[in-house]
Design a protein around this ligand. Structure first.
Ligand code: KG4
Ligand code: ZN
Length: 335
């Protein structure tokens, strides 16, 4: 069979990223232009700035991606783009750019759901093995998903309030750490001990998560202690928070592993870069004698390589989008 090259575009948040992906898993060329330094001055992503920066940079990112690959755009088989979920203005830049390229170069257009992209990041260096259980943990998602086959998603549970990444970012902010907070809390936690007594998130037997109680408790604790002139042991608080938050993820994953007979456990999304979570899921996979699939660090946070990987099964099924495709800030994980 002829090799299939997909040009993938991802602009759902604050990374302008493109990749050329061969046969759904070989990364021929990969570019990520992050706006992190700009947004960190404001303590979080400013949507208007993000979309303006995508507009300024997107042509340059395309040129660089093509140059690194030695492939001409005429030889690309399809163009894939993240259409949802994410920041509307940011998504629109990518969607309109992809549609224009498809129109000019007469290429099929593939619409990819960003969350599905995170899952298929695990199909780049490894293969997804079905049935599998996916823990999707990012700035916008905390989902436990059962997959019996390609592109079939059964959501077992989700967060009832804050996503785990959002919670990491808020805790980082109250501890005075720079945006994006997750990696900084992760780093600081390693220097501390779990000496703070924090409330455990909902202690139920569903597959749902809740992190807002834990987050509010930490914010109140820091404010109260600061007002009283008491010192906050930041590394100990980061460590105490990380242990409780990851324990909760692991507890629900274990519950699902006991009930479903899966062969493979995968973690996806930005928080899958978390060292403690990676260690704990390794232990769990060993205990249940199943394989564990976690993306390489560069494919954990937002990137276009995962969008190209997720687009490939759609290409094979000829599930193409037309020019009425629009960006959506929210979307269910169905397609
Ligand atoms: O998947 P992603 O890049 O963007 C979304 O789709 O949301 O995830 C970003 C989130 C942020 O909340 C960031 O703080 C978190 O992932 N994150 C981490 C780590 N690296 C990124 N959280 C905890 N530990 C990390 N090492
Ligand atoms: Zn993401």
């Amino acid at each position: 069979m002829k090799d299939i090259y997909i040009l993938a575009i991802e602009t759902s948040c604050d990374e302008t990223s493109m990749a050329i992906v061969k046969n759904g898993h070989e990364i021929t060329s990969f570019t990520v232009l992050t706006q992190m330094d700009t947004h960190s001055q404001y303590g979080g992503v400013v949507p208007e700035i993000a979309s303006r920066m995508h507009t300024e940079n997107i042509t340059m990112v395309l040129e660089e991606t093509l140059k690194k690959s030695n492939i001409k755009i005429e030889d690309i088989d399809a163009i894939a783009v993240t259409y949802a979920p994410g920041l509307l203005g940011s998504l629109l830049v990518g969607v309109e750019f992809a549609k224009t390229l498809c129109y000019v170069y007469q290429k099929p257009l593939i619409a990819v759901n960003h969350t599905i992209g995170h899952i298929y990041a695990n199909n780049i260096d490894n293969k997804l093995k079905f049935p599998l259980l996916a823990l999707v943990v990012s700035g916008g998602h905390t989902d436990l998903i059962l997959m019996q086959k390609d592109y079939q998603f059964e959501i077992l549970g989700s967060t009832l309030d804050d996503a785990i990444g959002e919670c990491y970012d808020k805790v980082a902010r109250v501890l005075g750490l720079k945006y994006p907070g997750g990696p900084n809390v992760d780093k600081l936690a390693k220097e501390g001990k779990p000496t703070y007594n924090l409330p455990k998130p909902v202690n139920d037997n569903t597959y749902n998560f809740s992190f807002s109680g834990l987050k509010s408790h930490i914010i109140n604790l820091v404010h109260n202690e600061t007002q009283r002139g008491h010192e906050i042991r930041k590394e100990d608080l980061a460590c105490s928070f990380q242990i409780i938050a990851v324990d909760e993820l692991i507890r629900k994953v274990e519950l699902a592993l006991q009930k479903t007979k899966v062969k493979d456990l995968i973690i996806a999304g930005g928080v899958s870069a978390n060292k403690h979570l990676r260690q704990e899921t390794h232990k769990l996979a060993e205990k249940y004698q199943i394989s564990l699939n976690i993306p390489d660090f560069k494919y954990c946070t937002d990137n276009a390589a995962m969008i190209g990987a997720a687009a490939y099964p759609l290409f094979l099924k000829k599930e193409f989008a037309d020019f009425t495709l629009n960006a959506q800030s929210q979307a269910l994980i169905t397609k």
